[in-house]
Design a protein around this ligand. Structure first.
Ligand code: COA
Length: 370
């Protein structure tokens, strides 16, 4: 494939892979080395160390906030959650949609950013409140109003489940949200940037990104990963189960990645979060099963695709960590959006600042007039 890698103009003879769509200071994915850098920090150095709110500031400004700014930002996001909840209609039919991403898309599409409000803060809050409200409505419980004094992770968990989470569970969700906050020019981020590049509004950009994240090849895999772990049931059944899936021509969810040629570095970050939960007496048992399934899947996929390294991606351990903290598997992808909205909004701001329309080219392969 020959590709001219210029920002905004793309000419490719073999497809659009690898084409540079934008310049960004937000994140860098090194697929060969298995490294994810978020605004100058490796993901494993950030997740579990800084809060989700601090990562929102990091992505927007390029620098981690000092303690006072971090506290103020957490409070500002908390107050925005309260406003987002007050705009939510408990009888909104979207809260009863069967699919959580359909619900999130509808609820966010209806959001308005009030004049003189910070769109990023409002959208981070709105996505958290909407995802939690959908899970809560699905469980049949009355919606839980936000508590602005809690961290975003703790409050999202509380609004989702109806109970104040343990500090360990809140920390695990916080680690997850930071881990997935941004990831280069992935499909949903690209979608958000394209919409922002036209001069459209932030709500449209984030609504479009939610639509892109919904697909199973992007953010829709962790629910099926948990289904797989349940179907396998015990480590000694992993090999036969995976062989059966591969023989039937089905893909193993949570394995493989378009960019990474080694194990997704986010898998290790989440895996160590699950270890911490297990030590605290939460999430017992699933980690051993997940590791056994991953081992077998890696071996069997390597035997079938010797030319291709198909290793665990972020979704594999997402399934285990979100299940452990009490997120319903149907709400896994909406919860992914709760973290990723930080990156989407920062990309929207960055794209806007560039003032450039993203307009990729296509390669015409149809007939020419005679
Ligand atoms: N299970 C089984 N086979 C897989 C596989 C998986 N998880 N991922 C890739 N393959 C196989 C494909 O079937 C293909 O085989 P073929 O050449 O015989 O047709 C080969 O590996 C290359 O696949 P390709 O679709 O070109 O790779 P990709 O880079 O486009 O795919 C994903 C990346 C993520 C879409 C893919 O690995 C996948 O579908 N994974 C499962 C879904 C998932 O976990 N998504 C979350 C991503 S973060």
């Amino acid at each position: 494939m020959t590709t001219e890698q210029t920002v905004g103009t793309t000419r490719s003879k073999g497809g659009l892979e690898g084409v540079i769509a934008a310049e960004t200071r937000l994140s860098h994915v090194d697929g060969e080395r298995g490294e994810l850098i978020l605004a100058g920090h490796r993901v494993d150095a950030l997740a579990g160390t800084v809060s989700f709110e601090e990562s929102v500031v990091l992505l927007r400004t390029g620098a981690l906030p000092d303690a006072a700014t971090a506290k103020k930002t957490a409070r500002t996001i908390g107050e925005a959650r309260v406003r987002a909840f007050s705009r939510l209609d408990p009888n909104d039919p979207a809260l009863r949609y069967a699919d959580g991403m359909d619900a999130l898309r509808a609820l966010v599409a209806r959001a308005t950013v009030e004049k003189d409000r910070d769109a990023t803060i409002d959208l981070v809050a709105t996505v958290g409140v909407s995802a939690a409200a959908w899970q809560r409505a699905r469980s049949g419980g009355a919606l839980v109003a936000p508590d602005a004094s809690l961290s975003h992770a703790a409050d999202v968990l509380r609004m989702s489940t109806g109970a104040l989470p343990t500090p360990e569970a809140a920390a695990a969700l916080d680690r997850y949200l930071v881990t997935v906050s941004d990831h280069g020019m992935n499909a949903s981020t690209f979608t958000a940037r394209v919409i922002a590049s036209t001069g459209s509004d932030e709500v449209s950009a984030i609504t479009g990104a939610i639509g892109a994240l919904k697909g199973p090849l992007h953010g829709g895999a962790p629910g099926p990963v948990l289904d797989m772990l349940d179907a396998v049931g015990a480590p000694d059944r992993a090999k036969a189960w995976i062989m059966g899936e591969l023989d039937a021509g089905r893909r193993i969810m949570g394995m493989g990645h378009r960019i990474y040629r080694v194990r997704d570095p986010r898998a290790a970050v989440l895996e160590s979060g699950i270890e911490k939960l297990e030590k605290a007496g939460i999430a017992k048992g699933k980690l051993a099963l997940a590791r056994a399934v991953e081992r077998e899947a890696e071996t069997l996929l390597a035997a079938r695709h010797a030319d291709r390294s198909l290793r665990a991606n972020v979704e594999f351990y997402t399934a285990v960590i979100l299940d452990a903290v009490g997120i319903d598997r149907a709400a896994f992808t909406p919860t992914f959006a709760v973290g990723r909205v930080a990156g989407w909004c920062a990309h929207v701001e960055e794209q806007r600042a560039s003032g450039r329309l993203i307009r990729p080219a296509s390669r015409y392969v149809g007939p020419m007039p005679g």
